[in-house]
Ligand binder design. Sequence first.
Ligand code: TA6
Length: 283
Amino acid sequence: MSYTVLEDKVTLSGPSSSSAEVYFHGATVTSWCDISGTERLYLSPTAVLDGSAPIRGGIPVCWPQFGPGPRWPKQHGFARRMRWTLDEAAMSPASPTAVLLLRDTSDTRAGYPGEFELRLTVGLGKEGELEVEFSVCNRSEVEDMTFSTALHSYFAVEDVGKVAVRAGLKGGKYRDNTDGNVEKVEEKDEILVLGEVDRAYIGTNDEAELRLPNGKSVVLEKVGLPELVVWNPAVDKTAALPDMPDDDWKKFICLEPAMIDPALTLPKGESYTGRIILSVKDS
Ligand code: TA6
């Protein structure tokens, strides 16, 4: 069990056949294989990996905003568009854990005044589960810092029409981004993908289950991320994505632990941490 540093990414090898990899670009986790060696994240075969665009797939970090604004002119902010560095001093050779850092630059401060240190810690647990911890430190001594965030996770499926999301969402509210972000009430126990889905569920439980047709479920536990975005672009929106094959909408579903609305105002000198643990179980 260990980690290997390559030019563009760190690879982790964990218990049995579990593994993961995280690109320095955007601190984007692009692969997680569970203890059986099964790849559980979707990465577009046409994802741009040279740092010139956000990586399409894996777990992009949306910060300092989720969505089109108001803190940064580009969708989902700048964290997924920048090269992070490795904090090897915080890592131990025998542990399958990588720690990546991003600090404010003159470019970020030109558009977003915050003085920050972002840290993404990616590790494999004793059962091959994936643990991702995202922390924000407000390094300013005078200014508070406001942000929204999401760990925009793409899960690999064979056929998105045959999976179901169970997260105790029935009776809960969501903002429907396919309908002007109007607030609605979920009427079902299970979320199915029968067309384009783009919903931000509000005040959700800290556990969601992605039920696969083969009797397995991917379990997502979240802490410090009160919302859950469920997204699949379906045919038309996928056709408009330059970094995803037209038919690949069938091969993933996004379950995105998030903190969107209200955004968080972090007082000077204080820190925020959001965390997810991904595992696989029999349904
Ligand atoms: O996942 C929800 C969402 O906000 C969708 O509306 C869609 O825009 C998706 O993110 C992907 O955004 P991206 O900028 O990565 O193409």
